[in-house]
Design a protein around this ligand. Sequence first.
Ligand code: RB5
Length: 156
Amino acid sequence: MLIAIGSDHAGADLKRELAAFLKDKGINLIDVGPDGSASSVDYPDYGEKVSLLVSGGQADRGVLICGTGIGMSIVANKFQGIRAALCSEPLSARLSRQHNDSNILVLGGRMIGSVMAREVLGVWLDTEFEGGRHAGRLMKITTIEEKTSQDEPRQP
Ligand code: RB5
């Protein structure tokens, strides 16, 4: 499995820890940066890099970290084919894989401790999509995505 990982300055320390965790597991990584937390950077820039790699098939899955995880979630879910899940505990991480086939895990670097983050990431990596009734729901998301990418802004 090839994982793309990125953060902003608020997630850079946790990114470094999780990159080491993934390497220990023998997982190949593309680290899009930033290189450390010293300079303030903008989360949309790094969210876009990881989302494009996953959306374009150059990475199997992605991990994004900002302070709360909220900004990265908003960014990642703008991209075609991305199902980004902000998780703070293992049950959500497991269900985001089983039911939603989440392909980007988002973590809040200022919200979660590193032990919990590793646990969440480990569960997320090891859990497969269940398919079945959930596959039809994902197809509906794809249909919405196709419609909204072509349409002018609509009323609900
Ligand atoms: C950076 O200060 C912070 O706004 C960012 O990391 C993130 O939490 C945004 O959603």
